[in-house]
Design a protein around this ligand. Structure first.
Ligand code: PMT
Length: 400
């Protein structure tokens, strides 16, 4: 089952050059499992054909002529009422004006008016049209009524000029839609705290002791928890990744910074997923200035970092129903995981076999065993997003 399975989206496409990007958007939403009913306005059909959309959604795409076609006069009612979300991308100044006024003179605006689904609108137009008082007033009114307005962005416009008016990229619209349509999931109302990435322990202003954690597994956990409807805070060490849409991202660098942030965020969390690779040691002192080669080879004395999991379990509130730790192991996976389960007093350990080339640090796949008092669940090698989905599914069981 995909994350948007059984979700129906009416994707309204209006007459803008950005309408070609709507095909990519329709494809992305379909790949997430959504049933996407595309409705083109007459102007959109000048830029792109229904066939393009039918090819990527596997479903019929509609134009105004369908209002009077085989499915009779109720097509707009069915489309509007069955939709979980009305998405208009690109949304022209003309269609925004119609939506603001409640005009219903084409299939798209009719469908939008018939249902109660939330509206997500991604404006795209010339910069001056966007800046015009009329468009701004329409957008303000639509936002006040609860419509989600995405963008527009600044950049190169079809007129050849640069300004604010570009449609937000399909990937970002997809991420917003994914977030909005998953709010009612099994973890709705739960606050899940996730840690990800490696910490950096400064030697001097330039150098640090760190590890190979890319943050991929932790970020995938954050996305999986969001997909399950949770409110997610992600405490992350430095990574190259973008946080999933909807996360409360708290960036940290060192283990001590991570400890302080996790303890603060854990106060009102319902669950902690500790995927970060926290450095166990740090330099006793960090040099204020860059250490010069000319000064000879430095001797770096290390001291132990605090154990973050231990600190959380010590101050654990009753609200915190599940603490799930990870264990990166290169040998004796199960035995070491069992030891950590006891020593760290956590509810579950995700034992991570880092000896395989397709598991552990940096790669997109992982191989883990879930170890808890309830037993041992061995998972085959799978994508980190899939591992995250299984872990979050197990997390859900701690609430019942
Ligand atoms: O980020 P990726 O490239 O996707 O890689 C994913 C991963 C391999 C980093 C991840 O799947 C993983 O295994 N994370 C835990 C790595 C680790 O530090 O394991 P550990 O066995 O050293 O620590 C056990 C647990 O204690 C972990 O939950 C860790 O976050 C926690 N810990 C460790 C040290 C410390 N000072 N404080 C802690 O809380």
């Amino acid at each position: 089952m995909s994350v948007l399975t059984e979700k129906r989206i009416v994707l309204g496409v209006t007459g803008s050059i950005a309408s070609y990007k709507a095909a990519d958007l329709a494809s992305k939403l379909t790949q997430l499992g959504a049933e996407v009913d595309v409705v083109l306005t007459a102007a959109a059909a000048q830029f792109i054909t229904p066939l393009t959309f039918q090819s990527v959604t596997g479903r019929r795409a509609y134009v105004d002529a369908d209002l009077w076609g085989n499915e009779g006069h109720v097509l707009h009612v069915r489309l509007g009422k069955e939709a979980n979300l009305i998405l208009v991308a690109p949304a022209t100044a003309n269609t925004l004006a119609k939506l603001a006024q409640g005009r219903a003179d084409n299939l798209l605006t009719l469908a939008a008016l018939t249902g109660t689904a939330p509206w997500v609108l991604a404006p795209a137009m010339d910069g001056d049209m966007y800046a015009s008082p009329a468009t701004q007033a329409n957008l303000a009114q639509l936002a006040e009524r609860g419509a989600h307005i995405l963008g527009p962005q600044s950049g190169h416009l079809a007129s050849g000029m640069t300004g604010v008016g570009r449609m937000v990229e399909p990937a970002e619209i997809t991420a917003q839609v994914r977030y909005l349509l998953t709010r009612g999931g099994a973890l709705a109302g739960r606050r899940v705290l996730v840690t990800a990435g490696g910490t950096q322990e400064a030697i001097d202003p330039v150098r640090a002791i760190t590890n190979r954690s890319s943050g991929k597994q932790g970020y995938a956990l954050a996305q999986a928890a969001l997909d399950a409807g949770a409110e997610v805070t992600l405490v992350s060490g430095p990574t190259a990744l973008a946080a999933p849409t909807g996360t409360n991202l708290r960036l940290v660098r060192s283990a001590e910074e991570m400890l302080a942030e996790v303890l603060e965020q854990a106060k009102d969390a319902d669950a902690l997923l500790m995927a970060a690779a926290v450095a166990d040691f740090r330099p006793k002192a960090s040099a204020a200035q860059k250490i010069k080669r000319a000064g000879g080879t430095p001797q770096i004395e290390l001291v132990a970092n605090p154990d973050i999991l231990a600190a959380v379990t010590k101050t654990r509130s009753r609200k915190l129903k599940a603490i799930i730790g990870f264990a990166a192991e290169s040998q004796d996976l199960l035995q070491n995981a069992q030891k950590k389960l006891k020593a760290k007093q956590v509810d579950m350990i995700v034992a991570n076999d880092i000896s395989a080339s397709d598991a552990g640090f940096e790669v997109d796949t992982n191989q883990v065993v879930l170890v808890s008092k309830q037993g041992v669940q061995e998972l085959p090698s799978m994508g980190k997003d899939e591992v995250a989905r299984v872990v979050v599914e197990r997390l859900g069981k701690f609430f019942y």
